[in-house]
Structures are given as C-alpha cells and as structure tokens.
Ligand binder design. Structure first.
Ligand code: ADP
Ligand code: MG
Length: 388
C-alpha cells in the first residue's frame, strides 16, 4: 500500500535573507500528516519562525518547494492557503470588540452576516469566551486575549493552524492551562497543528511529533519519547531534557563491537584526566565509523540523563556496587530540594573542563551524607549512556 500523501510537504526548502551569509533555513525536508500536531522546537534563531512564515505565505522561499495536498503553494497569497495563524503577540485589533475580531476573517471571505454571527458564537464557545463577545481586547487578561486569537484562527475552519510561540507571554500557570486548551481543541477539531516553541516541555506536552531545529536544519524528528530516549546527537540530548556530557576518545577498537541487544553497540571511551574507561552505547552507524578510522583518535562525547545516575558510595548515601555499572568518582558541590526530587550537583573527577554534573534523586527524606565537599561514587549503566 502506498504511504498516504502528506498534507504539507517541505522539499529542499531554503531561506536566505537578503544580506545574510548563513541561510536561516537550510534545505529543509519535512512531511506533515493530516490531523497531526507537530512542533518545531529549537533555540532562538534556529529558523522556526522563518519556516512557519514561508508556510503561511508571509515570506517567499529562496529555494525548494512547499506543497499542500500535493500542490505547490509558493504562488498562492496567504489568504488563499486557508491556514489559521496565531502569533506570540496577540495582534488583536484594539478598537474592535472580541466578536468583531473573531468575525474579521469571515468578513474578509465575504461570508453572510447571519452565518458570521453563528460562527463567531461557536468559535467563542470553543475557547470558552461566550460571555466576553462585546468586550475590547484591553479589557481581557493575556490568556483571554490569546484565546480570542485562537478563536479568530479557527473561525473559518482552516485545514491547518500555525502557531508561533502563542503562549510565550503568559505566566507558567496560565501557559499550562492554555496548553490543555490547545490539546482539547486539537482533539475536538482534528485540525492539523504546526506549533513553534523554544520550550521543550511545551513541545513534549503538546505534540505527536517534534522537529528539533538547529541552525536552520532539523537535527531530529520524532515522537517526544523518542527524542528523549533515543537522541541522535549531543545537541538533541542537551536540548530535550537535562543532559550531562563530557568529551573523550574511544579507548580502543576492541570495545566497539559489543551488541546491546536492541540494535545499538557498547563502546568504551577514555576521558582525559580520568583513570580507566567508561562504557556507553552508540549507534550502529557510529560503531561502523569507529571501526574504519583508527578508533583512539576519534573524539566523542558521553551523555547521561540525570535520573539515570546513581550515588553508589560516599558518606552513607547507600547503593550497592553493581558489576554492570560505570563507576565515576565525584565531589558533591550542592544538594537542592526541588519538591518532587533532589538535585545533586557533583563535579566528576578528571573531566576538568566539564561543567558539574546534575544528578536527580527521588524525593523523600533528605539524602544523608551528601554535604558539599563529600567524595562520592556515581554509577550508571552503559545502556543509559550515549556516545556521540
Ligand atoms: P527562530 O524563530 O527559531 O528564533 P528565525 O526564523 O526568526 O528563528 O530566524 C532565523 C535566522 O534568520 C536568524 O539568524 C535571524 O536573525 C534571521 N532572520 C529572521 N528574520 C529575518 C529578517 N526579516 N531579515 C533578516 N534576517 C532574519
Ligand atoms: Mg521565532
């Protein structure tokens, strides 16, 4: 059976702003399925907004093609693309009522007055603002204004809704409430959502799939759990969730070929200044590369999630030494109570250039014997450490 045609398709799309050296978006390929909630996640300046603006039709592409249902759309002006758009700043018309703002896209489309009334009522009900129809935007809270912007983007029943950091201006509690609203709307309407954010928690909470952007390119595209559990590189590991990383070199070719049983390989690496080696998993592709080049010359990084680290030794911290674990001496720098967990900051021995590592310990009684300055042993399984 042929794969279903994607609703939206970027094929080799680039954007070079006049006068800029580096492309803002660099040969982007991305297919988005109908009904999908996809987030474009990445640091500031990585090309997320530019990608969205090219899709919306507010920025021309420099190269490549964007297709909607298989048809190239570069020649179509924004209003002919039938996309709803919500920006970070609410961009409501201040002199119009809430109802007037929501009615605007319908008036632009020359919908009859009776139908406009009905659709505006429905759209405001969808975002739970029925009773606010006659207010001005200035008489609403930030969250309510953003819901008006959402209603305005949804009122003409677009096939796709594009959102660019729509919640960035809201405080944390309101932002989390609005995330639930956006999830509910996506569920109820089944509309395709393309959502831009620099907030990895937000992207993980909302999306079916997340595209991680870095310097105009997608580093990795996948379901939230996939990005977290199987990052393809140090950038994604560090951007999606907390990550500890040190650089080192592969210790020898013989260590490269231990299979993990789930498609990966275990390699041993040495870290400058630290005695002995530590083991971590690497992809088949990297293992193949390591087998080709003289392995010890190959610089790599070792990456471990903070919740995968265990405190094995040290003043009464407990934990049984375990044959399968990497052992790494460290010195406690700080121990911070975060309510639902403890954050232990520890400087790992040898990796002099490295920032202190973060260890997440379960909540409960304060871990004993972890005062700043205490020598401890950190342990982690090779399967839980990524070598990139
Ligand atoms: P993001 O939304 O991920 O923060 P942008 O798409 O806004 O990233 O920007 C990507 C790159 O393009 C940045 O280097 C930015 O400075 C540049 N850029 C964005 N908009 C313009 C513009 N209108 N003119 C020139 N350069 C721009
Ligand atoms: Mg942006």
């Amino acid at each position: 059976m042929p794969a279903p045609q994607p609703l939206i398709e970027f094929a080799g799309v680039s954007k070079v702003y006049p006068g800029a050296g580096e492309p803002a978006v660099d040969r982007l390929d991305l297919a988005i399925a109908e009904g999908e909630f996809i987030s474009l996640l990445g640091p500031s300046g990585s090309g997320k907004t530019t990608t969205l603006m090219m899709l919306a039709g507010f920025e021309p592409v420099s190269a490549g093609t964007i297709r909607l249902r298989g048809q190239p759309i570069e020649a179509l002006p924004p209003h002919r693309r039938n996309l709803g758009v919500v920006f970070q700043s609410y961009s409501l018309f201040p002199h119009m009522s809430v109802a007037g703002n929501v009615a605007f896209p319908l008036q632009m489309r020359r919908v009859g007055a009776g139908e406009i009334d009905l659709k505006v009522k429905q759209a405001l009900a969808r975002v739970r603002l029925e009773t606010f129809a006659s207010r001005r935007p200035s008489q609403l809270s930030g969250g309510q204004q953003q819901r008006v912007a959402l209603a305005r983007a949804l009122v003409f029943e677009p096939s796709v809704v594009l959102m660019d950091e729509p919640l960035a201006a809201l405080d944390k509690k309101l932002r989390e409430e609005m995330q639930l609203e956006i999830r509910r709307l996506h569920r109820e309407l089944g509309v395709t959502m393309v959502y831009v954010t620099h907030d990895q928690v937000e992207a993980m909470s909302l999306s079916d799939r997340v595209a991680v952007f870095n310097r105009g390119r997608i580093e990795q595209l996948g379901a939230p759990a996939e990005l977290y559990d199987r990052p393809v590189g140090a950038f994604v590991a560090g951007f999606v969730g907390d990550n500890n990383a040190v650089s080192g070199r592969v210790a020898g070719r013989e260590g490269v070929n231990t299979a993990t049983g789930d498609g990966g390989r275990i390699v041993r690496i040495s870290v400058m200044g630290r005695e002995g080696t530590v083991a971590g998993r690497c992809s088949d592709a990297l293992a193949a590369e390591l087998n080709l080049t003289p392995a010890p010359a190959h610089p790599v990084s070792l990456n471990v999630r903070p919740e995968r680290l265990r405190v094995l030794g040290g003043g009464g911290a407990g934990g049984e030494p375990d044959g399968h674990l990497n052992h790494w001496p460290a010195t406690v720098v700080d121990l911070i109570h975060q309510g639902d967990h403890w954050r232990l900051i520890a400087q790992v021995a040898g990796a002099s250039h490295a920032v202190p590592w973060l260890v997440k310990l379960p909540a409960g009684a304060p871990p004993a014997g972890l005062a700043p300055g205490t020598a401890v042993m950190l342990g982690f399984a090779p399967e839980d450490a990524w070598v990139f």
